[in-house]
Design a protein. Structure first.
Length: 131
């Protein structure tokens, strides 16, 4: 049993209940739990890069100029993972898995980038219509 520092009795009781629940998990479930916890406490996403000099700093698949938001947008319009991989032949399935995790953990950022891209596209359409 782990004793939490500075824990109130109710917090310690909740922790003990959690430990008991974890003990009942299968090995595979414990691995999943560890993955979930690691993603919640770290902001490290192997395979995702951010560089202010590339794509304005938008999160992108490492070694490419493919922003995570564009992959999210492709899925929203109904593309399957297989179709996305066919559209971007330099991507591998693990790239999509990492992109989905990143997008799930950075919803506001991805939504903002999609919105900003939509604005740019609208401005381009207006400019082309007036020429």
């Amino acid at each position: 049993m782990v004793v939490l520092q500075d824990a109130k009795p109710a917090e310690q009781t909740a922790w003990e209940a959690l430990e008991a629940q974890i003990a009942r998990l299968s090995k595979a479930q414990k691995v999943q739990l560890i993955e979930i916890l690691l993603h919640q406490v770290s902001d490290v996403y192997p395979g995702i890069e951010k560089d202010a000099d590339v794509l304005g700093g938008d999160a992108r698949i490492a070694g490419t100029r493919i922003p995570v938001w564009s992959i999210v947008e492709a899925r929203r319009i109904g593309m399957s993972d297989a179709e996305i991989l066919a559209t971007y032949p330099s991507l591998e399935p693990h790239d999509l898995i990492t992109a989905w995790r990143y997008a799930r953990d950075h919803v506001e950022e991805i939504e903002r980038e999609i919105y900003e891209n939509d604005l740019v596209m609208e401005e381009d359409e207006i400019r082309h219509d007036t020429i």
